[in-house]
Design a protein around this ligand. Structure first.
Ligand SMILES: [Zn+2]
Length: 110
């Protein structure tokens, strides 16, 4: 089980419904026993009730239920998949010279 530390950045991501952090962690809320993606637009929980995990399975094992609003176990939309693909590509070739052409070529899209 990997419990993640609540950092300022992660709390900001929850507060700002930051989609970019959706692949990084989910947050579980003790008071409601529900877990969410950072981008969830549900009411902001109290910080002291929030625990972060990098895998939703951890939250499930602890008895948390997935939020109906943000569907944290749901498959990514096609658009999100594409963003993940691009992000992975950039991470992988970080040290090489990158340009839009190279990225679009390898990720099939302009
Ligand atoms: Zn949610």
């Amino acid at each position: 089980m990997t419990k993640l530390n609540m950092t300022k950045k992660r709390w900001e991501a929850i507060k700002n419904n930051d989609k970019n952090e959706n692949d990084v962690f989910i947050y579980a809320v003790k008071s409601t026993m529900i877990f969410c993606k950072p981008s969830c637009k549900a009411r902001l929980p109290k910080k002291e009730n929030v625990t972060l995990y990098n895998d939703f399975q951890d939250a499930i094992n602890l008895g948390y239920r997935p939020c109906k609003k943000c569907n944290p176990m749901g498959k990514h939309t096609e658009e999100e998949e594409w963003c993940i693909q691009i992000k992975n590509y950039i991470n992988k070739y970080y040290f090489e010279e990158l340009n839009l052409e190279k990225i679009t070529k390898s990720c099939h899209g302009s």
